[in-house]
Design a binder for this molecule. Structure first.
Ligand code: ATP
Ligand code: MG
Length: 475
């Protein structure tokens, strides 16, 4: 479709001129009065409006206001006689894109018109992408049939519309980030940026400049002023991911920002007001971190105005089949293929596996199956070898309800290691650590020691993998 320009001018030779110059490339519609012009913009999609200031009846400035009121978001260029430049400048304050004086310099006219159309293309592209993001991260795209999750979402939906701080807790891969995005895109801030900050990824001094920005000359190397994430998110949402990793000295600084809604750029002399909503996530038990003195209580209370916990996948097994189906369909669509299906025996294996990497791990496995599976149906033997591990294979279906958590084969005596009275919580922790260690070792073997592939496969960051390797003394 050709782009459309509406020229509102009572001098017919102006419209004629536009047709002469632009008629080949664009569709040019003329209107002799503001009223006719507004009607034309209302009736069809218009990419640029050229507006004369002096018109019979409604004048240009009034027409500009009406254009905005009737929802036109494209550029408006004011055409003005030499003596009226002041009014044209005023029009720009009311949202006109630019102005040009009559009589026209043809080259200048071409330049301004083409620039405005480029701007119009970009803004409609931004609007389209925004709509797409909004659609993509809508709560409805978070797949679940679990009553616990559905209840959680009804709460999230309500909290999205307010500005309260939300703290999302959950194991790695449970979906904390997509929930954070869904909160943002369901809020009134959805047209403003969603800015994620990974608090674990940067050392303390870099994190500070990343969050608060710096002025030129704040330190050697700071040649230009750089805005921080809190500034970049203006009007939107800052997502403090892995907030449990926030270095202690940074914590009072974040608290201050949240309390005062102002930031100090490094090396800056005045405080800058900010308008952001903060959503934070962690896979740690933050209250426990507070108890251990690793996280400030005041910041915890400030962040956890509204705490939510996403249950791990093994506690909502009913989600495994629907998520598996969803991912198989998604990957098949990408490859323009028919989605794989999963036979009963393979599904039993998926259901009894403990999924330490949660939904991310399930997603990765489904992606592998799409690439590696020979037939249209996934059978048990198509699953990675560790699914056949008798430790959590289907015999746990015979166990009483609640015992089928993928932990069989672990002997409590062995876990106690001579200490007695450890209690279930500690025993569980130790048992879990064993399973985790085993999974990591298996994966490392599978990828011949390649850490990147192993981390990717397990659905954790390389940093997490390294921490785990250290924790379990794996070389
Ligand atoms: N309920 C769900 N429906 C659809 N996709 C999901 C769901 N939960 C998680 N996912 C997908 O699983 C992957 C992991 O989710 P996400 O990154 O949100 O997890 P996370 O909790 O932030 O993990 P981490 O703690 O490792 O950062 C993403 O690709 C996400 O889109
Ligand atoms: Mg995450």
């Amino acid at each position: 479709m050709r782009e459309r320009i509406v020229v509102i001018d009572d001098e017919s030779n102006i419209v004629w001129l536009f047709r002469e110059i632009f008629g080949d490339a664009y569709e040019v519609l003329g209107a002799e009065t503001a009223e006719d012009g507004l009607q034309a913009v209302w009736d069809q999609e218009v990419h640029l409006v050229m507006l004369d200031l002096r018109l019979p009846g409604m004048n240009g400035l009034q027409a500009l206001e009406k254009l905005k009121l009737q929802g036109y978001q494209g550029p408006v260029i004011i055409m003005t006689a030499y003596g009226e430049v002041k009014t044209a400048v005023q029009a720009m304050k009311f949202g006109a894109y630019d102005y040009i004086t009559k009589p026209f310099d043809i080259e200048e006219l071409k330049h301004v018109v083409q620039g405005a159309l480029r701007y119009s293309r970009l803004t409609s592209e931004v609007t389209r992408l925004r709509r797409e993001l909004e659609e993509k991260f809508h709560l409805k795209n978070i797949i679940t049939v679990s009553p616990k999750m559905i209840e959680l979402f009804s709460v999230i939906e309500r909290v999205s519309t307010s500005d309260v701080c939300v703290l999302i807790q959950g194991e790695s891969g449970t979906g904390k980030e997509i929930v954070a995005k869904a909160i943002h895109y369901a809020s009134a801030r959805k047209d403003k940026p969603f800015v994620p900050v990974n608090c674990a990824a940067l050392p303390e001094h870099l994190l500070e400049s990343e969050l608060f920005g710096y002025e030129a000359g704040a330190f050697s190397g700071a040649r230009k002023t750089k805005p921080g994430k809190f500034e970049l998110a203006r009007g939107g949402t800052v997502f403090l991911d892995e907030v449990g990793e926030l270095p202690l000295p940074m914590q009072p600084k974040i608290l201050r920002v949240l309390e005062e809604n102002q930031i100090d750029r490094l090396g800056g002399t005045k405080r800058l007001p900010i308008d952001v909503r903060v959503v934070a996530a962690t896979n740690k038990d933050l209250r426990e971190e507070v108890r251990k003195g690793r996280f400030r209580q005041d910041l915890y209370f400030r962040l956890a105005v509204f705490p939510i916990t996403i249950p791990p996948l093994r506690e909502r097994k009913e989600d495994i089949p629907v998520l598996a189906k969803h991912f198989l369909k998604e990957f098949a669509e990408e490859r323009k293929a028919t989605p794989l299906t999963i036979d009963d025996e393979a599904m039993d294996s998926l259901l009894s596996y403990p999924w330490p990497g949660n939904v991310r791990e399930l997603k990765n496995i489904m992606q592998q199956l799409c690439l590696l599976c020979d037939g249209p149906v996934v059978r048990k033997q198509d699953l990675p070898a560790f699914f056949s591990n008798s430790q959590w294979s289907s015999h746990d279906n015979n166990l009483p309800e609640g015992c089928a958590e993928g932990m069989p084969g672990i002997n409590p005596e062995e876990l106690l290691e001579g200490e007695s009275g450890l209690g279930l919580t500690e025993l569980k922790k130790r048992a879990w650590a064993r399973v985790e260690k085993q999974l990591i070792c298996d994966a490392l073997k599978r990828f011949e020691g390649n850490r990147t592939l192993t981390a990717e496969y397990l659905g954790v960051s390389r940093r997490t993998l390294y921490t785990k390797l250290r924790e379990y003394g794996i070389e």
